[in-house]
Design a protein around this ligand. Structure first.
Ligand code: GAL
Length: 354
């Protein structure tokens, strides 16, 4: 049992009574560090390293994480300190940050990997120092997660996000005759893709198109562009695709909302009247994404449950750091927490707005 966990036991006694006092005392004596004084300060330290702190979805997820942290503190009387670092897109930087977080005495470290194929330095360091790691949002392959018993993953099921995006697009094509601009019965589309090699980018692209086909929509891919989840890059790439496929594009499938919004920026800048815009669909349900659905600029998005993921990650971090309540957390295959995606349209968008 770690020292901090022992402190936690002791504090519980103060709140909950005699029986637990004996437990806490026993733990302190066993550790040989009983000072004879009652410790009333209990705290845990959580480290977080982000692949890019300016990523909109992650910014919103970390906001939810901090909000939930305050709630958790007031519910448990345990002080939670969090240190959030930005790896700015460099795996080398992130490996150094991992070292720093270990040296600073973090009880658990949450890692949003820069390169999901390179977790080894981090997992080796974690195992050597016996510090649990919760990877999140950028999923590593199962074999890498299984390398040590205290490695976990919090995220969502990328397949579902693609399928729901495809459903949104298929519903629009099958119900709105005007979407088929050239009336050839085929949906001409382009894709804005996230980072090459990211599980969500690969799976979302494939599943959304498969869902269109399964729904009975014939499709023709005009082109695609990689825009790395980024609004500015998407705007630039879309501006050149609009020129290249002038008047032909009927659907823009974006792997996330920021890129869908970049496409909308390009459409606005192009001067094409709104009634002639291709249909735009995104994924995430970020605040600006939901606003675009509300305004009818995007026909829909797929809610990536940032609040659920933030809560899942903090509850797990708390349980790992204090040694309490791990059995109450539902883990798939003992390691995964995955939150479901939800379909967002103009009809239900208000349920998702804060
Ligand atoms: C995805 C999300 C993107 C981006 C990416 C970063 O799940 O939809 O907007 O945040 O993660 O890894």
């Amino acid at each position: 049992m770690k020292k901090r966990q022992r402190k936690f036991c002791f504090r519980r006694y103060i709140k909950n009574g005699k029986a637990v006092l004996l437990l806490g005392t026993a733990a302190v004596l066993l550790s040989g560090c009983g000072s004879g004084k009652e410790e009333t300060v209990k705290s845990i330290k959580v480290g977080v390293t982000l692949y890019d702190q300016y990523d909109t979805f992650l910014m919103e997820m970390m906001q939810a994480f901090k909000e939930y942290m305050l709630k958790k503190e007031s519910e448990t009387d345990v002080t939670i300190s969090v240190e959030i670092l930005d790896a700015s897109g460099s795996q080398t930087t992130q490996n150094e940050q991992m070292r720093t977080l270990v040296e600073k005495g973090c009880d658990v470290i949450c890692v949003n990997l820069v390169d999901r194929t390179e977790p080894t330095t981090i997992t080796d360091m974690a195992e050597k120092n016996n510090i649990p790691i919760i990877f999140f949002n950028r999923e590593l392959v199962a074999e890498d997660l299984e390398r040590w018993s205290k490695l976990y993953y919090v995220g969502a099921d990328a397949f579902d996000s693609g399928r729901i995006e495809g459903e949104l697009a298929a519903d629009a094509f099958l119900t709105d005759d005007g979407m088929d601009r050239n009336q050839d019965g085929i949906c001409q589309y382009v894709v804005l893709e996230g980072e090459a090699g990211h599980q969500d980018a690969i799976v979302r692209t494939e599943c959304s198109v498969n869902m269109l086909l399964e729904s009975g929509v014939q499709v023709e891919k005009l082109g695609y562009a990689i825009a790395n989840w980024n609004r500015g890059q998407a705007q630039t790439k879309m501006a050149s695709m609009l020129a290249q496929y002038a008047g032909k594009m009927e659907l823009i499938l974006a792997n996330n909302d920021d890129m869908a919004l970049g496409a909308i920026d390009a459409l606005k800048a192009s001067g094409i009247p709104k009634e002639e815009w291709p249909v735009v669909v995104g994924i995430d349900g970020t605040d600006p994404g939901l606003e675009a659905v509300e305004k009818g600029e995007m026909i829909g998005t797929v809610y990536n449950d940032k609040e659920g993921q933030a809560k899942g990650m903090l509850d797990l971090a708390f349980a790992l750091a204090t040694g309490e309540g791990l059995e109450d957390i539902e883990l798939e295959s003992n390691r995964y927490i995955r939150l479901p995606y939800q379909k967002v349209t103009k009809e239900n968008v208000s349920n998702f707005r804060k």
